[in-house]
Design a protein around this ligand. Structure first.
Ligand SMILES: Cc1cc2nc3c(=O)[nH]c(=O)nc-3n(C[C@H](O)[C@H](O)[C@H](O)COP(=O)(O)OP(=O)(O)OC[C@H]3O[C@@H](n4cnc5c(N)ncnc54)[C@H](O)[C@@H]3O)c2cc1C
Length: 505
């Protein structure tokens, strides 16, 4: 029997933060099973309120900003714990050698990203900060004895009578085995690839919602997808690269095809700090009004921003230049694209789910962001949830008895090749920005029919993909009002139907 004290499913920032804090607190025999690094290597911005913030920022203001962006349906306890511990998150990363960019006077460089009252976003100006995190933390954790098993996908959770016992793993040769532990932490990120075109990397499949649900975990807010407002739409070689919302803080303007700074109509103080939902909606309004670009977006104008400032976002600047676009000369076509997930496993203040010993952190858990998250907060939440979860695990006396389970997993590539693209197409249509009750109902019926098909049952991943989309459709149907990024076209005026988080029991 392959047994560990703690299993962490995955190796993005939330997983690394959990493992780092567990190690600091003396936990031994920690094993990570992971496919790749998820969204983490692409993280450009991460927010913390530092005590010497020159703008007079406070954790209370941070708390208010999160509730404001989340339409006040966030889990307030989780937000309170995250914002009041913000500096501890920064200190954790510093202890693990993460270096943040500084100004000439040695103070930490702070950027102003969307949804925040003040500049509080930290970065690296020579690379993406997520790449720095992976580079430093993975090696250091391995040296500390944390076992990192790459090429290992978690394909199921082993649970019984409301308790976790371990996970089923598929390795890169396609063989399956069970790994046992009284504590399992899900850090498997969001659901991006359920929706075809998105900014997500390929290792985030999205079937994990079904995996959690099958183990008996409750889910929350799973109707809420985040759309990144300014993703490059042209030229082809740069499509999918997000233009950081921090650019708005550097002075970027959004223009429609008539050259109007349309955001000023709804935000006279300017684009900087504007919540992502507002930018998304205003872009769509321009497109609807026939003032959108060829690929259904608008323009971001960076031409007046000094090239030195633009070069401090090297991944973005270089990608444009390599594709023949000079941001000091050309307007750039941008628009919203599915980007992250605000829902997930329902957790308590220790990040434990409703299944004993099963925890969820980072984008895998829900409730913190409510209907919409502030930019840069996925990374902060991944750090803080990892830290608080590790402390929660150490405080609790966990059940140490584990029992052996049979391996239940089947693969049929013909089935996945046939059905997964169909499911994704249906999901992208029904669960997009504009939602409609009838469309959601018919997509749900289609998913229910697929779930019953003998063929579909022959391939576990296909079955889990169908169930994950089904769960999201159910939640989206229950959320009758327009909320977050999503517009219910059948209830356009029902903005305040209900003000609470939606838990799928
Ligand atoms: C292009 C891009 C840019 C972004 N920029 C920012 C930004 O600047 N600031 C910000 O705050 N957020 C940003 N985000 C969002 C952010 O990257 C994620 O929300 C964040 O990485 C979440 O951290 P995580 O550890 O929870 O998940 P991830 O970083 O996504 O890691 C998930 C982990 O789970 C693994 N995995 C998935 N499924 C399985 C499975 N079944 N079995 C085993 N392993 C599995 C993956 O391989 C990976 O190791 C960006 C996202 C993208 C795609």
């Amino acid at each position: 029997m392959l047994k560990h004290d703690v299993i962490i499913a995955c190796s993005g920032l939330a997983a690394l933060a959990t493992a780092a804090r567990l190690h600091e607190l003396g936990k031994k025999n920690i094993a990570i099973y992971t496919t790749d690094f998820g969204g983490t290597p692409y993280i450009a911005a991460i927010n913390f309120v530092l005590p010497d913030n020159p703008y007079g920022d406070t954790s209370q203001q941070y708390y208010e900003d999160m509730l404001q962006a989340g339409y006040r349906i966030n889990n307030k306890k989780l937000v309170q714990d995250m914002t009041s511990n913000t500096f501890r998150g920064y200190e954790l990363l510093r202890r693990w050698d993460i270096e943040f960019a500084t100004e000439k006077d040695g103070s930490t460089k702070l950027r102003h990203v969307s949804g925040h009252t003040y500049p509080r976003s930290l970065c690296c100006t020579t690379d993406l900060i997520g790449a720095e995190i992976i580079r430093k933390m993975v090696g250091k954790l391995q040296k500390c004895g944390v076992l990192i098993n790459r090429g290992c996908e978690c394909v199921g959770l082993l649970s019984e009578d409301g308790k976790i016992h371990g996970i089923t793993v598929k390795d890169d040769k396609g063989s399956c085995f069970n790994a046992y532990a009284p504590v399992v932490v899900a850090a498997w990120g969001g659901v991006g690839n359920l929706f075809g075109k998105s900014t997500y990397p390929q290792d985030i499949k999205g079937n994990t919602l079904a995996i959690a649900r099958e183990a008996g975990a409750k889910l929350v807010d799973i109707e809420f997808l985040e759309y990144e407002p300014m993703v490059i739409m042209s030229p082809t070689g740069a499509v999918g690269e997000p233009c950081p919302t921090a650019m708005l803080g550097e002075g970027a303007h959004l223009l429609n095809t008539e050259g109007e700074r349309f955001m000023l109509k709804v935000r006279p103080q300017g684009e900087a700090g504007s919540p992502k939902t507002l930018i998304n909606k205003e872009i769509w309004k321009q497109v609807d009004a026939g003032k959108g670009t060829l690929h259904g977006g608008v323009y971001v104008d960076l031409r007046h921003i000094p090239s030195e400032t633009l070069k401090a976002y090297p991944w973005f600047y270089d990608r444009l230049m390599e594709n023949g676009v000079d941001p000091n000369r050309d307007l750039i076509e941008v628009g919203p694209m599915a980007h992250s997930f605000s829902g997930g496993v329902y957790v308590d203040a220790q990040y434990e789910s409703t299944v004993e010993g099963f925890y969820a952190v980072g984008e895998a858990c829900g409730g913190v962001h409510g209907a919409c998250r502030c930019a840069g907060n996925a990374a902060s939440q991944a750090t803080l949830s990892g830290l608080l979860c590790a402390e929660g695990i150490m405080k609790k006396k966990n059940n140490t008895k584990t029992k052996e389970f049979p391996i239940e997993y089947s693969q049929d590539k013909t089935v996945s090749g046939t059905y997964i693209p169909q499911v994704r197409e249906l999901a992208a249509k029904a669960l997009g920005i504009y939602r409609n009750g009838n469309m959601l109902k018919s997509a749900l019926e289609a998913m229910k029919a697929l779930r019953e098909k003998e063929d579909v049952k022959k391939d576990t991943e296909t079955y889990q993909t169908v169930v994950s989309v089904m769960l999201m459709l159910q939640a989206a149907l229950l959320r009758e009002e327009s909320r977050g990024t999503h517009m219910r076209t059948d209830h356009p005026n029902a903005l305040d139907c209900f003000e609470k988080e939606l838990i799928i029991e």
